[in-house]
Design a protein. Structure first.
Length: 173
């Protein structure tokens, strides 16, 4: 596979088939600079859902953390993501991003917006991403604990409560 084929395959993807994304991933795994290429495709509305899914899948399958350069590039596109699924995928890999003082404002704005979402999955993973951010920046820990503890009292969905417990555990350890 080459880079153009990856983009073409993402354009042709039906927006639903996970098995198709897995097949695209299997074909793309050997591409040089795969993470960088996927980040480029994440920045395009027409490929952002598939590309963020592939990025998440790749980082998890290979047990990778993004490089500082890739993390800066991801932080730069957070505010431009238009699809909730693309947002979700990046919340889910927050702990695989090299959050720095330079990327903190972008992540913090992205997370705070996610905390206000009407979508339960976005809120659930926003809480967890908040804990990831607070674990890296100690000045945010007290506020984050307060937000997470308040959410434990206010949120009723089980999926959110599970993420909240994991988030609180991340700040306890």
């Amino acid at each position: 596979m080459n880079e153009d084929r990856l983009e073409d395959d993402l354009h042709a993807w039906d927006g639903k088939s996970v098995s198709r994304l897995q097949a695209i991933y299997k074909s793309a795994i050997g591409l040089p600079d795969l993470v960088a290429r996927l980040i480029e495709l994440c920045a395009r509305p027409e490929t952002e859902v598939g590309a963020t899914w592939l990025l998440k899948h790749h980082l998890e399958r290979q047990d990778l953390t993004m490089t500082a350069t890739d993390s800066i590039r991801v932080a730069g596109l957070l505010s431009d993501l238009s699809d909730w699924q693309a947002q979700l995928h990046l919340f889910q890999i927050a702990d695989r991003s090299d959050m720095t003082q330079g990327t903190r404002p972008a992540w913090e704005a992205f997370i705070r917006a996610g905390l206000m979402s009407d979508r339960k999955l976005i809120r659930a993973w926003s809480y967890y991403a908040l804990a990831v951010l607070a674990a890296r920046f100690t000045d945010l820990r007290a506020e984050a604990r307060g937000i997470l503890q308040d959410a434990m009292d206010q949120e009723t969905a089980g999926s959110i409560k599970v993420r909240l417990r994991k988030a609180l555990g991340k700040l306890s350890g």
